[in-house]
Design a protein around this ligand. Structure first.
Ligand code: GDP
Length: 248
């Protein structure tokens, strides 16, 4: 199956591709490949079986097309589409039970420029999105934002996604965040209480929406640093594709 790692910049996508791939290799009798679609990364912590940097990098685009880093990232996404006849066959050559796909640190250019076309280079019927909510977002506003972002991803890419807490080793106390995930109603109440910033009416609308879209979900806590949660992450990948799974 093809697993797309999604999440805000710095949420730990690259690190999790490394630790999850190592965990599968060491603990399961299944093959695993890593695919890097981030043309901006300097140094990868894992060995990529396909690496977009073979075709171009953010640096090469900046130099050749005289663009800044953001323009170059948008251009990189366009180039991934323009070069489909060269890129797609290379990706198809990468065969494995699990293909872990690492995306650019900044998700927006992927999501809003080309994501739905690029995912067709993969086995989209057996594709799952893992959306990372990092420890930095373990608060009511952060969790609400993450749930909304995750909804946008499902709308844009039309693939099943699972929300996963990442960098759990950085959080001393996950009790509150777990209680919100178990009870969206509690999260709605917490959002409504947020003072300042958001207008009261807007906060109420947002809190209702978040309550509606949040699914009953198994809480999956991961740390690329300590290796916590890899077995739960593995199980949930199968549950999504199992007809008796309750996540789809
Ligand atoms: P990406 O931009 O989503 O691919 O995030 P990275 O994997 O590049 O990680 C961003 C930063 O967070 C790096 O400094 C990582 O070392 C750090 N990081 C990633 N995962 C973890 C984790 O599980 N625990 C801790 N403590 N740091 C992490």
């Amino acid at each position: 199956m093809d697993i797309l790692f999604l999440g805000p910049a710095g949420s730990g996508k690259t690190s999790l591709v490394k630790s999850f791939s190592e965990w599968i290799r060491e603990n399961r009798d299944e093959s695993v490949s890593c695919i890097n679609l981030d043309p901006g990364v300097d140094c990868l912590p894992y060995e990529a079986d396909f690496d977009i940097r073979k075709f171009f990098t953010i640096e090469s685009i900046m130099r050749e097309e005289k663009l800044g880093p953001n323009g170059a990232l948008v251009r990189a996404m366009e180039k991934m589409i323009e070069m489909e006849d060269r890129i797609k066959p290379e990706i198809e050559k990468v065969k494995a039970d699990f293909r872990l796909i690492d995306l650019p640190g900044q998700l927006e250019p992927f999501l809003f420029h080309s994501g739905e076309k690029i995912i067709n280079y993969f086995d989209v019927k057996r594709m799952l999105g893992i959306f990372l909510i990092p420890a930095e977002m373990f608060n009511p506003k952060g969790l609400a934002t993450a749930e909304l972002l995750s909804l946008i991803i499902r709308l844009k890419l039309e693939i099943p996604t699972v929300n996963v807490l990442s960098k759990i080793d950085l959080s001393k106390n996950t009790e509150e965040i777990e209680s919100f995930l178990k009870s969206p109603r509690r999260l709605r109440k917490a959002i409504k209480k947020i003072e300042g910033g958001m207008e009261k009416d807007l906060a109420i609308i947002a809190s209702r929406l978040v309550e509606k879209i949040m699914k009953e979900q198994r809480i999956i806590k991961t740390s690329a640093k300590t290796g916590e949660g890899m077995s739960n992450l593995y199980d949930v990948c199968y549950e999504v594709f199992c007809s008796c799974g309750d996540l789809r």
